[in-house]
Design a protein around this ligand. Structure first.
Ligand SMILES: Cc1cc2nc3c(=O)[nH]c(=O)nc-3n(C[C@H](O)[C@H](O)[C@H](O)COP(=O)(O)O)c2cc1C
Length: 347
């Protein structure tokens, strides 16, 4: 079956969405009328983020946001639905013949969105972007030395727990891509996007082994690594927290909101780095997944988060470090379109 250019374009928009550890948990299906977005449980496997995991839901929200931005660029009135049943389908968009024959726009800001893990300056965010943030519910912006210090402390605490959790450490290690060939696989985290100092890659490779991390931890290694992870928070223009009610639909909406903020920030020349670690630790706490010896620490993190973010029945979905980058980040990779896109039948 001939695939309309517009359909390929919508898939392309979805394909460039962000996902935790660049796992890209999605698959697109085109049946001649409808483009459907599903969770790819087969590719992700039993050890990866499952369909209802917050990380998956937020990534799916980002895909939906990208598709809607791409679709609405030159046409309104699309027939979209978001089934919330037990199937793996998250979203679908039907294209009538006229819509199928639309010429896709040549470029959109969503294709310029990317993660920057490089240092930022402390320069204040531009007024237009601050206004954009103020207009949205579900966002809380933290600026200035004291407030950023609070955010740094949350990330540091969460990170201290993370570096002592075998399961997270091994999962992260497995997602790292060091050489050209590994990066060419098209998923996972290309370590050249980390902006590591000389020797950083070798150190990362060394601690990827949990036994070695364990030895380092016995002399307080986790304190050093968590400090390294959190320190750049205070050297940024702002931290934007994405909050919302708990729930599956709400997590997808939080993912959409995250993507809107991220695209807008990048379009304003600002860099963005998400920090999922705090939200992840709190989700793990509520699911009973935090190792016994760390439960006390993560409970204390939970009350710190409640206090710092003044949450009132809402939860924290994501922290975004935002600021003017001192350098241009390396672009991350994606799986090829045919690995994430299937045509189901011709007519
Ligand atoms: C739910 C979610 C969680 C993420 N968590 C982190 C994180 O904690 N730290 C980080 O540096 N990047 C994080 N990212 C960014 C991804 O690693 C990134 O989107 C992916 O590698 C693709 O790169 P790109 O954003 O440059 O396209 C997260 C993204 C999503 C959607």
């Amino acid at each position: 079956m001939q695939i309309p250019e517009m359909v390929r374009f919508l898939v392309e928009a979805g394909r460039w969405a962000p996902s935790a550890d660049n796992t890209q948990p999605w698959h697109f299906f085109w049946d001649g009328h409808e483009l459907a977005l599903k969770y790819d449980g087969k590719r992700i496997g039993p050890k990866g983020f499952q369909m209802h995991h917050r990380a998956t839901l937020m990534a799916m929200g980002a895909v939906i946001e990208n598709i809607l931005q791409a679709a609405s660029e030159n046409h309104e009135g699309w027939d979209c639905s978001a089934p919330r049943d037990e199937s793996e389908k998250f979203f679908s968009i039907r294209l009538n013949e006229t819509q199928q024959n639309l010429a896709p726009p040549s470029d959109l800001p969503l294709f310029k969105r990317q993660t920057s893990r490089l240092p930022f300056t402390k320069e204040r965010l531009p007024e237009s972007f601050r206004d954009f943030l103020e207009d949205q519910s579900g966002l809380k912006t933290f600026e200035g030395k004291e407030n950023l210090g609070l955010m740094e402390e949350l990330v540091r605490k969460a990170s201290m727990a993370r570096f002592r959790t075998k399961e997270i450490h091994e999962w992260f290690a497995g997602s790292l891509r060091f050489g050209k060939d590994e990066v060419a696989r098209g998923d996972g985290l290309d370590v050249s996007t980390f902006g590591l100092p000389p020797g950083g890659k070798a150190l990362l490779r060394f601690i990827s082994d949990w036994k070695r991390m364990g030895v380092l931890n016995s002399i307080g290694g986790y304190r050093f690594f968590s400090m390294m992870e959190a320190v750049s928070i205070t050297k940024a223009g702002a931290v934007v927290a994405i909050t919302g009610e708990p729930g599956m639909d709400q997590a997808i909406e939080a993912g959409r909101l995250m993507e809107q903020v991220w695209i807008e920030a990048n379009a304003n020349g600002l860099g963005v780095q998400p920090y999922f670690i705090v939200s992840d630790q709190l989700a793990r706490l509520s699911e009973g997944l935090v190792p016994d010896e760390l439960v006390g620490e993560v409970r204390s993190l939970e009350s710190d988060v409640q206090r710092a973010l003044e949450l009132n029945g809402e939860i924290l979905y994501m922290l975004l470090r935002v600021g003017f980058g001192k350098a241009r980040p390396v672009r991350s990779v994606r799986l090829p379109q045919d690995a994430i896109f299937t045509v189901t039948r011709g007519d």
